[in-house]
Every structure is written in structure tokens, then in C-alpha cells.
Design a protein around this ligand. Structure first.
Ligand SMILES: Nc1ncnc2c1ncn2[C@@H]1O[C@H](COP(=O)(O)OP(=O)(O)OP(=O)(O)O)[C@@H](O)[C@H]1O
Ligand SMILES: [Mg+2]
Length: 382
């Protein structure tokens, strides 16, 4: 399953957008244009759908409706999300799911649904509020999506959304998880529990996946000769043999790995794990530009065997210089006082013409994401 289209109203810095999403989507735009906010919609839907989650918690984790609702919202202040889900890139959507959310005007000011709708193959199969909702308004504090006794007819959507993975691996968190205490974040976005994730996969699969990563790492980090999983005192670790002047090389653990090595391991592991939607936040960070330029083709290779949709954000020209990227795969964000606009790059004639003239997607698009007055950016100390 894959998300083929998304329509948002009043979601954070998007007042109103309607965008087609491809199987491999690159989200680009200036700083603070809403790239992470866009990925957060899919994390929000995951948080609503997953066991122990639900609408109330998903909204609360984001600081409440006032934080989610677009500051540019005026006459119609409800937050609305609609997604179309297809089986493959070509087909008409098998499913559509949409919700409207607002905050109660009185009492506990809980987030409540203004509607919740589900379509299957073009037929509407759920249209809330249903009569029971009108008799007991409290029912509107929960989606049908999150409840197993109400989502039977569309549990597939719930399972699909629940399987979404977001990765923005912060190497220091993985290396020193004990130094970062406090409640764990939903879905482990920053990879604090990444080694536990590796430990939960059965041994045979784990070995196979690590072998593939090892093969890629030997190219990216030539001193690294071997990568394996170990456990000590019940705690999972990654161990590598690094070649140096001594004949046998030296063993190193994850806390000694370089930031780029860990981010690359995280990326390659996640690409192999599961088949739900994968959200990658700036996968270029800490990586050498030659490696970054390979990321689009690595994802493409993965998608030939595994039908996993990947949506990533990026600022990297190296990544977007890959001529194999189609303009339908690039979504450009442009901020305005009325919230950010989103357009698929293939809908912008100027960009199409630049590509036809021989430019790479990165060279044609990224200059549009730089601040207008960038030359004035200086930092005077005295
Ligand atoms: N409810 C809201 N209404 C309007 N704008 C909002 C709302 N919530 C957050 N924002 C704005 O969204 C912006 C942050 O967006 P986001 O983090 O998605 O940017 P980004 O494109 O990922 O940037 P970067 O490239 O720096 O990571 C901030 O400027 C913030 O003010
Ligand atoms: Mg961001």
C-alpha cells in the first residue's frame, strides 16, 4: 500500500495543500518551509492508529490543537487531513480516509472530530458523525480508526498507517542512550532505541541484513572490514573490525563508530526493515557527498524488490543531482504569508525547461529554496 495523494487544511504551516505523492518522494524547500511538518502528518496518522495511541494522545504529544492548527487559519479553523491510499503507483485509490478535528469550545477543551470518513473503491463506507455520535458527543473524541471494535471494515488502513517509520538518526543518542533520560518519544524518531530494534529481528534475517550493510560499508568506509551484532550483559551492540597498521585490526563498538557510519547503517537498516511508509529526514547529514549522491539509486534498488514507499526531505544538491530522479518525484515547498505552498516540480514549466536544457534536478530546483537576501547573512561579533 502507498499514499498517492494528500490534502491538508490548516495543518501547521499549510493552510491548504493538495499534492500527489510518488513512491519515492523528495521534499525540498527553504529552512522552516514545512518539510518536517509535512512528514509529521504521516507520523500523526501513525500515532492515531497504533496500539496505545489514539487521537487524544497524538494531539497532546504535539502540544494540542492550537499548536497544530495553522496560524494563518481564519474563517474555517478546523484541521483537516485526507489521504488516498493505492495498491501501486498506477491504480485508482483503493482507500480514502479523511478527518476534521477541532478543539471543544468548553469543558476540557479536548480535540474532537468534526467528521471521519472512509471510502473503499469509491464507495463511502463510514461517514461520521453517525446517530450514536450525536447521542453521545464524547464518542467524537476517538476515531474509529484507532478502535479495533469499530475499524473492522478498514483495518487495513489502520495497519498500514501504524507501520510508518520515521528516521532522523542522531548518532549521539544511539551511542550514549543512558545520558538522555526522560520519557521515550513516540516511534523512536531519533534512533535512541535503534540497537533494540536490531535485536528484535530474528537472527537469520538480522545476519542477512547486516551482511548487506557490511558490503555497502566496505565501500563507503574502506577501513571497515566486518560488521556484526553482539550482546553483552543483555544489551545489544554493533561491532566492527577496523583495519589498521596491526595485522589483526581492532574491534570497535558503536560508540566509537563515526557519525556518518552510524547514519548510513541506520539508513540501510531501515530500508530493509518492513514494508510500510518510510520517512527519512535529511538522510544526507554527516555523509560524504559521493555517498549522498547514491542515496536516490539505493532507494530505487530497494523499491525494485520491496514495494516500500519512501518520502524524504533534503537540502542536498548532491542528492538531487541524480538524473534518475523524475520531476514528478520532487515536491517543492514555497513559504508565503498565507502558509507554505506545495507543488510537484513537474508542474513548474521553468524547471521542466531547465531540465530539458540539460540541468540536473538539483541545479534547477535548489536555487529556488535559498533565502532571497542570502548575501546579507553575516554575523558580526564586534
Ligand atoms: N501551527 C502553525 N501554524 C503556522 N506555522 C507553524 C505552525 N507550527 C509550526 N509552524 C512553523 O513551521 C516552521 C517549521 O517548519 P519545519 O520544521 O517543518 O521546517 P523545515 O522545512 O523542516 O525546515 P528545516 O529545513 O530547517 O528543517 C516554523 O517556522 C514554524 O513557525
Ligand atoms: Mg526540518
Amino acid at each position: 500500500m502507498r499514499i498517492s495523494r494528500i490534502i491538508l487544511k490548516n495543518w501547521k504551516n499549510f493552510k491548504e495543500i493538495d499534492v500527489l505523492v510518488s513512491d519515492r518522494a523528495f521534499i525540498v524547500g527553504p529552512n522552516a518551509s514545512g518539510k518536517s511538518n509535512f512528514l509529521d502528518v504521516f507520523r500523526f496518522l501513525r500515532d492515531v492508529s497504533k496500539p496505545g495511541g489514539g487521537l487524544q494522545k497524538a494531539v497532546e504529544d504535539r502540544g494540542g490543537i492550537p499548536k497544530i492548527r495553522c496560524l494563518a487559519a481564519r474563517a474555517f479553523p478546523d484541521v483537516e487531513i485526507e489521504i488516498h491510499i493505492s495498491e501501486s503507483e498506477e491504480s485508482v485509490p483503493a482507500w480514502k480516509y479523511s478527518i476534521g478535528i477541532k478543539q471543544e469550545t468548553r469543558g476540557y477543551r479536548l480535540p474532537i472530530l468534526t467528521y471521519e470518513k472512509v471510502w473503499k473503491n469509491g464507495q463511502i463506507i463510514l461517514n461520521r458523525p453517525v446517530p450514536d455520535d450525536n447521542k453521545d458527543k464524547e464518542r467524537l473524541t476517538q476515531t474509529y480508526l484507532e478502535q479495533i471494535n469499530t475499524n473492522k471494515d478498514f483495518r487495513e488502513i489502520s495497519r498500514f498507517l501504524e507501520s510508518t517509520v520515521y528516521l532522523h538518526l542522531v548518532p549521539q543518542l544511539l551511542k550514549h542512550p543512558q545520558s538522555f533520560t526522560g520519557p521515550d518519544l513516540s516511534g523512536d524518531p531519533f534512533g535512541k532505541g535503534f540497537l533494540e530494534r536490531i535485536s528484535k529481528v530474528n537472527e537469520k534475517t538480522r545476519k542477512a541484513w547486516l551482511r548487506k550493510i557490511e558490503k555497502a560499508l566496505k565501500v563507503a568506509v574502506p577501513q571497515l572490514k566486518e560488521l556484526k551484532y553482539t550482546e553483552e550483559l543483555g544489551r545489544p551492540h554493533l561491532e566492527a573490525v577496523y583495519e589498521h597498521w596491526r595485522p589483526k585490526g581492532a574491534k570497535q563498538r558503536e560508540e566509537q563508530f563515526s557519525d556518518g557510519t552510524l547514519r548510513l547503517i541506520g539508513l540501510l537498516w531501515s530500508l530493509q526493515e518492513g514494508d510500510g511508509l518510510l520517512l527519512l529526514e535529511e538522510p544526507e547529514l554527516s555523509l560524504n557527498s559521493a555517498i549522498v549522491s547514491k542515496i536516490p539509486s539505493i532507494i530505487y534498488q530497494l523499491q525494485k524488490t520491496r514495494k516500500r514507499q519512501v518520502i524524504l526531505t533534503s537540502h542536498s544538491i548532491d542528492l538531487l543531482n541524480d538524473r534518475g530522479i523524475s520531476l514528478d518525484e520532487i515536491i517543492l515547498l514555497e513559504p508565503s504569508s498565507e502558509g507554505s505552498n506545495m507543488s510537484v516540480a513537474s508542474s513548474i514549466q521553468e524547471i521542466k525547461a531547465m531540465l530539458a536544457g540539460g540541468m540536473t534536478p538539483g541545479a534547477a530546483i535548489l536555487p529556488r529554496t535559498k533565502p532571497k537576501n542570502i548575501n546579507q547573512l553575516t554575523f558580526e561579533l564586534f
